[in-house]
Design a protein around this ligand. Sequence first.
Ligand SMILES: Nc1ncnc2c1ncn2[C@@H]1O[C@H](COP(=O)(O)OP(=O)(O)O)[C@@H](O)[C@H]1O
Ligand SMILES: Cc1ncsc1CCOP(=O)(O)O
Ligand SMILES: [Mg+2]
Length: 272
Amino acid sequence: MFSDIMKNVKAKSPLINVITNFVTVNDCANILLAAGASPCMAYDIREVEDIVSISQGLVINLGAIEDDRAMLLSTKKANEMKIPVIFDPVAAGASRLRNDLCTEFLQNVKFSVIRGNISEIKSLALGSSTTKGVDAADADEITENNISEVVKMAKSLSEKTGSVIAISGKTDVVADHQRAYIIKNGHPMMALITGSGCMLTTLICAYCAANPDRIFESTAAAVCTMGVCGEYAYQKTIDTDTGTSSFRNYLIDYVSKLDSEMIEERMKLEVY
Ligand SMILES: Nc1ncnc2c1ncn2[C@@H]1O[C@H](COP(=O)(O)OP(=O)(O)O)[C@@H](O)[C@H]1O
Ligand SMILES: Cc1ncsc1CCOP(=O)(O)O
Ligand SMILES: [Mg+2]
């Protein structure tokens, strides 16, 4: 199902500029290299437009905001060039600064994909402030009881923004204004390392940059990749009697080793 999408990442090796946070920046660069893409983490206002002008994709991650002017300048350039721009509204709902910037970005930028955990996406869609900092609140967890409401919210946010919406967690949702996939891969250990969300957003950008006419399918492919690699990495952690720090390395290892057969074998994707 996703074989050509993954092959295109390796064949085209898109250059992705990532304006992200100092916590997970190195993991984001490594996940791109593991997938076959090429990372650049330029964020200085004096050069972002030049770097974006030679890039095939752009990530804007709000994890630790240093210079929102550089973020806006680079998105403007990327939108002019019509390359995919992926937004990670880290900790949306947690502070006025984050909420104001989310509003400003959604008004002024065309994002191909918005990827966040359920509390972050609820904050964008409903204006709620339930988030536990950068992590989703337990009370927001997607369950069988609320899944139809969550899908409805994602479709409506997609309609409003024109972006594909990816919600991550134990259950992942990928939706545009009329379609939705539910993906049930991954492992709870993914929430015990920092950066699994930031890496997923960055991987989505690589997949979209290599397949700019297939944003919805590319987003789903990246979400499945991350989930399946989380499962393999957990198994390896158990087999080697190691813990969360090794798990993080194994996660990147498996992204570099993964092929489409390994995904198809384990993928738990349903059309909703
Ligand atoms: N309990 C879980 N079970 C399975 N996969 C999970 C779980 N929690 C997070 N993940 C996976 O971890 C990755 C990051 O998701 P998430 O933790 O929601 O992002 P963030 O770090 O931005 O809060 C996604 O691939 C998601 O599917
Ligand atoms: C802990 C932390 N604090 C500011 S950004 C950040 C990283 C968040 O990464 P992720 O959302 O991928 O867990
Ligand atoms: Mg996050």
